[in-house]
Structure formats: structure tokens, C-alpha cells
Design a protein around this ligand. Structure first.
Ligand code: FE2
Length: 363
């Protein structure tokens, strides 16, 4: 493959002759194929994505989400979720090649029964306040903008004891887990798991800059499973007082596992960024296709010749290695997630800011 370096990595384009065609046919009957026929598409000079840029405007889809509440119960559906399918990956329940996203609706009085799976899940609360997620024996009450985790292989159920519908974005690594053929799922015998710790226990223990003496995390996921929006927002406001605005990202934080400083989840990186009123960002691209959900404000994101006009509660996706830039009309806050932890641990992640050289990630 070194030969390709000399022609910019364009790959071979050998002529087709009757003799070669006949040879390929004979190879094919033995489950073999000539690499030189597929090399150009197999090893590409830059990322090639099947995913497309897309936006789901909450104002336009909310009625359809609510309609699901009339057509099927949470009990019958197990999880009443409208999957956000990337237009380039229809029928595959994927928003990027490695990530799944959906909008889950739970109505007052409903319970989404307890189960656990190898796939990790995040919940990003889009509309409503007061429903709960129970994880591994502890309930957390969810509010708009909160980032909630259900780690791999932990029992989790959801319930809505408030008097309003709740909608949250589910983000899961299911496509990645299924690519690796490592999926497991189990149902809890009862609809709800027993609770063994009070509400707020995990945040109080692990979210104050301390951990119990001798603590060793038994999993690769943060022991905090609800990162309240209030606190994240406070962090951004504190930074605003002294930090310079980043030309591409405004002020951006990543959610961390306090026990090791790594991403909060092993397969999904999660972020929150503040763009000030009037922000006109510089172009940026990275290899991790990213799903954004604005929490506050309005603005737009330019990607190629497309303009995504977004506001609070929308969801949009920027696939791998597509240059984009954000603008904000008023102070705007964007949540986002991607498979960045996986790419970085495998030494594959790259980013490029404007016309700067491409930078690789070294841990
Ligand atoms: Fe689940």
C-alpha cells in the first residue's frame, strides 16, 4: 500500500479485461476477491462518511412524538422512543455510523420497566421536569439540560411521577456494540428495581471533589450518573469571567469521571459549550461525527453549503470530518456527544481548526 503514497492515496484503477473478469469470477466462487479492485474505496485518504448532515426541529416533530403517547403505552413499547435516523443510514437506527439517538416520551404515571444491557446509554433531558431514572438502586430526578447516564450492564428503569410529559434524548453506543457483536440484554423480574440508596447519593459522594477513602471504581463509567444542568451552566459562567473565548468552540467543557479524569462514559464523550451572543465561530472539523442538542438560545451552524438554523430542543448531527462553524444570535448553550473516547483510545482521533495543520491526539 506504500505505492499509493506517491499518487496522493487515490488508489489503483486497473483496466478491466475479459481475462481479468473471468479470473475475478473464479476467485469469487471461492469467497475471494482482488484487493486492487476495492483498495481505493477501502483505504481512503480522508474519512468518507455515509452519514449526512441533518437537523430535527423540535417544534416540527413534537406533535408526532406526543402522538406516540396516544398510540402505544410505555408498557407495551418497553421504551417509547422515536429513533432519529440519519438520512444516509435509514433503516439502521443510527444517527452516525457508531451512535444511536432517539427521543423518548414518558407520560405522567408511566413506568418504563427495568432492564440492563451491554450498551451504555445517556439521557439528555429535552422537555419537562420531575421524571426519574433509577440506576443500580438509586433514583435521580431529571430536569431540562441534565445529563444522565445508565452505564453498561446496570439495571435501569424510568418513571414519571410529575404531571407533565417528559421527553429526553437517548444516546447509545448500540451500533458500536453491535459492530463488535457484544450485545447482551436482560429484563429485571419486576417492573422496577429495588432502591438501595437515597436520591442524590451518588452526586453527594462523588460530585464534590472527594471520593470515599479507598474508593476504586468497579466500572469504566463515572459513579456520578446525573450531572445537573445547573452545575454545568455555573461552570461555564465562571469560566466566562476569566477565560478567552475559543475561536471555534466558545467555552466548552467535557463531562468527566471524577475517579480518573477520563470521559464520563467509556464509549461516548459528552460536552457542553457556551457561545456568546453574536459569536461567529471559526471553521472546525474532527473525525468524531457529533450529535448536538441546544439547551438555550438560537443560532446556526454552517456545514459546506448547508445552514442549520437551530434553537433550544432541536437535535442536529455533523458527520465525521465535515468542516463546520457555529454562530449564535443570543447566548446559546449546546450539549453534544460522540464516540470520541473510543477514537482517542485507539489513537485514531484527529481534528483541524480552520487552516491549521491537522492535529492528532496523543494521550
Ligand atoms: Fe435501556
Amino acid at each position: 500500500m506504500d505505492k499509493q503514497a506517491g499518487n496522493g492515496g487515490a488508489g489503483p484503477n486497473p483496466a478491466h479485461t475479459p481475462e481479468r473478469e473471468a479470473y475475478y469470477e473464479r476467485l469469487s466462487t471461492g469467497n475471494m476477491a482482488p484487493l486492487w479492485e476495492s483498495l481505493a474505496g477501502l483505504v481512503t485518504p480522508e474519512p468518507v462518511t455515509q452519514a449526512e448532515v441533518a437537523i430535527w426541529k423540535y417544534d416540527e416533530i413534537r406533535a408526532q412524538i406526543m402522538e406516540a403517547g396516544e398510540l402505544i403505552t410505555a408498557e407495551e413499547a418497553e421504551r417509547r422512543v422515536i429513533v432519529l435516523e440519519n438520512p444516509g443510514l435509514r433503516g439502521e437506527s443510527r444517527i452516525t455510523p457508531s451512535m444511536y439517538a432517539g427521543l423518548q416520551l414518558i407520560l405522567p404515571g408511566e413506568i418504563a420497566r427495568s432492564h440492563r444491557h451491554a450498551a451504555s446509554a445517556l439521557r439528555f433531558i429535552v422537555e419537562g421536569n420531575g421524571a426519574y431514572t433509577a440506576v443500580d438502586g438509586e433514583k435521580t430526578i431529571m430536569h431540562e439540560g441534565d445529563f444522565v447516564i445508565t452505564p453498561s450492564w446496570t439495571w435501569h428503569d424510568h418513571g414519571n411521577e410529575s404531571d407533565e410529559p417528559m421527553v429526553w434524548m437517548d444516546g447509545l453506543d448500540v451500533p458500536l456494540v453491535n459492530f463488535l457483536e457484544t450485545s447482551f440484554l436482560e429484563h429485571y423480574p419486576d417492573p422496577e428495581q429495588p432502591l438501595t440508596r437515597p436520591i442524590g447519593d451518588a452526586l453527594a459522594r462523588y460530585g464534590e471533589g472527594v471520593v470515599p477513602l479507598g474508593y476504586a471504581n468497579k466500572t469504566k463509567t463515572s459513579p456520578i450518573f446525573n450531572y445537573p444542568y445547573e452545575r454545568t451552566r455555573e461552570a461555564l459562567e465562571a469560566m466566562r469571567k476569566t477565560e478567552e473565548w475559543d475561536a471555534c468552540h466558545g467555552l466548552k467543557v467535557q463531562y468527566v469521571n471524577p475517579s480518573n479524569g477520563d470521559f464520563a462514559m467509556p464509549t461516548m464523550g459528552t460536552f457542553m459549550q457556551l457561545l456568546p451572543k453574536g459569536f461567529k465561530g471559526s471553521p472546525y472539523k474532527s473525525t468524531d461525527g457529533t450529535i448536538f442538542s441546544p439547551v438555550e438560545g438560537t443560532g446556526r451552524t454552517y456545514v459546506g453549503d448547508q445552514v442549520l438554523e437551530w434553537k433550544k430542543r432541536d437535535v442536529f448531527v455533523i458527520p465525521s470530518w465535515l468542516e463546520h462553524r457555529h454562530e449564535a444570535d443570543e447566548d446559546a448553550v449546546l450539549f453534544s456527544f460522540s464516540d470520541r473516547p473510543v477514537q482517542q483510545k485507539l489513537g485514531l482521533w484527529r481534528e483541524q481548526r480552520g487552516n491549521d495543520p491537522v492535529s492528532e491526539y496523543h494521550s
